[in-house]
Design a protein around this ligand. Structure first.
Ligand code: HEC
Length: 224
């Protein structure tokens, strides 16, 4: 029996489709994508990777690690720059408590002591090996400098000191400023002027510190 016209054209279509599909076959392991950092002949700048549209922010930037990161909205000028209307801030733009100070001590020890020393007197181990010696935090000019100044030095660097903005997030920078203030206070405050309770705390923490301190750290804990 001869094929009807419609059956015949369906067969022809099927043959064309089958031929076309086999020619276009592309397996999943071989996808049409660009590798990271690869070049592109398509975009004018020659890069495959595209920049974010200006003003882009991640929708989930609320976790602890990134909430205070200056890559995000950073609208709080004092918190993110240490300045308000271009003037260095004289007060801390966050609550200073024992937890922040402890964090500051930790970050200061990791990031600053190689050059500035544990006491902030500019006698770090890197200096002993030939790095330029920074000024002591206990000179009058730096004792009188506002918190915003220290934040600014960390954020933008100062003379031959590089900035640490890429490795110390803004909140940790404030924690370090708070700890530097505590270090400065520790140089001038008189043990005799402390209350009995405060003296007791000094004695206790000195004992604790001496039991756990690494070599060379003991001098930091002796009351005057
Ligand atoms: C690699 C060594 C090095 C490290 C690490 C370092 N600094 Fe400095 N810092 C210096 C030097 C050197 C100077 C003096 C720069 C100059 O006068 O050229 C300085 C200067 C300063 C000053 C004084 C600026 C002034 O007005 O005189 C401050 C404040 C300061 N640093 C804070 C910090 C803090 C906070 C950290 C840790 C987050 C830090 N630095 C880490 C080397 C360092």
């Amino acid at each position: 029996m001869p094929l009807t016209h419609s059956k015949r054209s369906a067969l022809v279509m099927g043959a064309i489709l089958a031929a076309g599909l086999s020619a276009c076959r592309q397996d999943m392991h071989d996808q049409p994508r660009k590798k990271p950092q690869s070049a592109s002949a398509f975009f004018a700048d020659g890069k495959t990777a595209r920049n974010f549209v200006p003003g882009t922010i991640p929708h989930d930037a609320t976790d602890d690690l990134h909430a205070n990161d200056n890559r995000w909205l950073a609208e709080d000028e004092a918190f993110y720059t240490g300045k308000l209307d271009g003037k260095l801030v004289e007060t801390f733009p966050l609550k200073v408590d024992a937890e922040l100070l402890e964090r500051g001590r930790n970050r200061f020890t990791v990031t600053c002591t190689p050059c500035h020393g544990r006491l902030g007197n500019g006698e770090g181990t890197a200096v002993a090996r030939g790095m330029k010696q920074p000024p002591s935090y206990h000179i009058e000019r730096l004792v009188k400098s506002p918190p915003g100044y220290f934040f600014d030095v960390m954020t933008n660097g100062f003379a031959s000191m590089y900035d640490v903005a890429d490795r110390v997030n803004p909140k940790d920078r404030w924690a370090i400023v708070a700890y530097i203030r505590a270090l400065q206070l520790s140089e001038t405050i008189k043990y005799d002027e402390l209350s009995a309770q405060e003296k007791q705390l000094v004695v206790e923490s000195t004992k604790k510190h001496e039991e756990t301190a690494p070599h060379g750290a003991q001098e930091a804990s002796h009351p005057k």
